[in-house]
Design a protein around this ligand. Structure first.
Ligand code: ADP
Ligand code: MG
Length: 232
């Protein structure tokens, strides 16, 4: 099906890592919710796509050579109108060219903003251990370095019990509960994402690494706003 064709076409191009756009397409094939994301190749396309998707949108650099988009100022959030989207495209290309002159640039992705006012940013991933093979990882997400220490792990295939244990063993689990002024995060939605990641990992041994960082979880559900997949 779609997921298999996508992986084959990336390998045919002798690439190992999928862009955010491709990674989200793979997640969506496994019914993992992602922010709707489209590629613009010039400022006017960015404006038109943004208008189609509806505001606010985020713009992000799309390059096979950029791993951490924020590091090259390749993420702009909360764009409110078409003119801003058009300008943000041009400025982003210029910044990235300056900060990483050798990067190949496909364009800029335009995507819906997740409603993350009440959302928690969590990390869901997969790494390949030399001894155990695929390992599913869960913990705090986002761009803050100090959160990286919070990681809980389980071996796939996950079932509901293992998925819940994976969540509960991370320190961030406490902050998913109801807090003053903030309803509890939807743990069922989070659990479903973990189970679908486990299915994907089991169905595709070609996957070497997978990062959803962040997955935004609020009271209504969970949505992947950034993703990266690496193949063997
Ligand atoms: P990076 O490659 O630097 O990890 P991300 O795509 O993760 O770039 O974006 C950086 C941060 O911007 C995320 O951690 C998240 O807080 C926020 N963000 C990115 N995309 C969205 C989105 N569609 N909706 C809401 N917030 C977003
Ligand atoms: Mg990220």
């Amino acid at each position: 099906e779609g997921a298999r064709l996508l992986i084959e076409s990336v390998l045919a191009e002798r690439r190992r890592s999928l862009t955010e756009l491709e990674s989200k397409a793979l997640l969506a094939a496994f019914h993992i919710p992602v922010t709707q994301t489209m590629l613009a190749r010039n400022p006017n396309e960015a404006m038109m796509i943004a208008t189609q998707l509806g505001f606010p949108v985020a713009l992000k650099i799309d390059s096979p050579d950029v791993v951490h988009k924020s590091d090259v100022q390749g993420v702009v959030l909360n764009i409110q109108n078409g003119a801003s989207a058009r300008d943000a495209y041009a400025e982003m290309i210029e910044r990235v060219r300056r900060l990483q002159p050798d990067a190949r640039i496909n364009g800029v992705t335009v995507q819906r903003m997740a409603r993350n006012r009440r959302g928690r940013e969590v990390y869901v991933g997969m790494v390949t251990d030399p001894a155990f093979g695929p390992v599913i990882v869960f913990g705090a997400g986002g761009t803050m370095i100090e959160l990286i220490a919070d990681r809980s792990m389980e071996l796939p295939p996950l079932n509901q019990f293992l998925a819940r244990r994976l969540i509960d063993r991370a320190r961030i689990a406490e902050s998913l509960a109801e807090l003053p002024g903030m309803p509890a995060a939807n743990l069922d939605a989070l659990e479903r994402v973990l189970l679908r990641v486990s299915e994907m990992v089991c169905e595709f041994p070609q996957l070497r690494e997978m990062d959803i960082n962040p997955l935004i979880v609020d009271e209504d559900g969970a949505v992947a706003v950034d993703a990266r997949v690496v193949l063997h």
